[in-house]
Ligand binder design. Structure first.
Ligand SMILES: C[S@@+](CC[C@H](N)C(=O)[O-])C[C@H]1O[C@@H](n2cnc3c(N)ncnc32)[C@H](O)[C@@H]1O
Length: 338
């Protein structure tokens, strides 16, 4: 966000930066792109998980009220600057948080009218219109996580009990059966939360991600041999039989269809290779796109797509991936072999 944009949010009643740095950010807020914007960070403070159900309900009510007030402030600012991309995005996200889906769709269509190539608006407008995209747009994902990179670790690990990297590491350990992988690739490595979990499990670890800012954070850990800003399917397709371990912690939530990524993973693996990953689980058939812009998959779709790609399912386990609005997000961690 540049200085002019910051001033816009400030005019709209943004909280002081001090409040923003200490407030937790729910994962749906962050994945809807609220990260990096001071005002929404502050209204997320009430969403911290509460042990007592009464406290939890009161916190949720407080949060909804604060979000509604924030929305009203942003809408007043938008009335004064109707073509502001920043304010339209902010209003759309707040409307989504408040389940005002029709209003959010109108807002994203307005943004698309002003900027027909706007990746985030196109992705969310499609989902709100009942269309299920096949995957999240690369430009949208990169911008989303660039904006979130500075807050990612603190938000996920401190507030949201994020466990996907630990689940993936444990499933990888089991799938390797005592072997040490020679060359592993962390797909959508983000800030590198998975890397410290792989100690003793891999000789060489590389990582790729669409977001340059996330890659910068991963580099600070000094645990990766090589890091690249790249898209998963294209990167794997260009490296046939290169790896003996592929890992993806909370990344397939940005893919609807899994056939392309599974085919590319299979081609990039050596004969004894393993692919270990998580998905968000949903009970219906196939896959669905949520208002967060992420996807959830059914177990049967996962099994079927993996088999069609030529994989054997080595393990599959229900897990909680993190908290969302104080509740565990159900997922599956799985290991595939050839
Ligand atoms: C929720 S984060 C998880 C990061 C990391 N795996 C972890 O567990 O901390 C998802 C990451 O996947 C990346 N990502 C999503 N789709 C991608 C794609 N098609 N190619 C490369 N990276 C992608 C995002 O940029 C983001 O950093």
């Amino acid at each position: 966000m540049n200085r002019r944009e910051r001033r816009k949010l400030g005019k709209a009643g943004a909280a002081a930066p001090a409040a923003a740095t200490s407030a937790p950010l729910s994962v749906s807020a962050m994945l809807m792109g609220l990260a990096g914007q001071q005002a929404p960070l502050a209204v997320e403070a009430a969403a911290a998980p509460q042990a007592d159900p009464v406290q939890s309900l009161l916190a949720r009510e407080r949060q909804q009220r604060d979000l509604a007030e924030e929305l009203a402030r942003q809408q007043r600012a938008l009335a004064a600057e109707p073509d502001s991309e920043l304010l339209l995005r902010s209003v759309g996200r707040l409307q989504l948080r408040l389940e005002r889906r029709a209003d959010a769709l109108i807002t994203y269509r307005r943004l698309l009218h002003l900027q027909p190539d706007h990746a985030e608006a196109a992705h969310l407008a499609a989902i709100l219109s009942g269309v299920t995209p096949e995957k999240a747009d690369a430009d949208y994902v990169a911008k989303l996580f660039d904006a979130f990179a500075d807050n990612f670790d603190r938000t996920l690990t401190h507030w949201l009990e994020y466990r996907a990297p630990q689940h993936v590491a444990m499933a990888a350990r089991e799938a390797l059966g005592g072997r040490v992988a020679d060359h592993a690739l962390d797909l959508g490595c983000g800030t590198g939360l998975l890397a410290p979990e792989l100690t003793g499990l891999v000789r060489r670890l590389d990582g790729i991600d669409l977001s340059p800012r996330m890659i910068e954070k991963a580099a600070e850990r000094k645990l990766y041999h090589q890091l690249d800003v790249a898209e998963i399917v294209a990167y794997l397709a260009a490296r046939p039989a290169r790896y003996d371990l592929l890992l993806a912690a909370d990344v397939l939530a940005y893919f609807g269809r899994l056939d392309d990524v599974f085919a590319a993973a299979k081609a990039a693996l050596q004969a004894d290779g393993r692919f270990v990953a998580t998905i968000e689980r949903h009970p219906a058939e196939g896959f669905v796109a949520a208002k967060s812009g992420r996807f959830a998959h059914s177990e049967s779709y996962l099994r079927q797509t993996a088999e069609q790609a030529g994989f054997r399912l080595l393990s599959l386990k229900p897990v909680d991936l993190r908290l969302e609005d104080g509740k565990p997000v159900p997922g599956l961690v799985f290991a595939l072999g050839l």
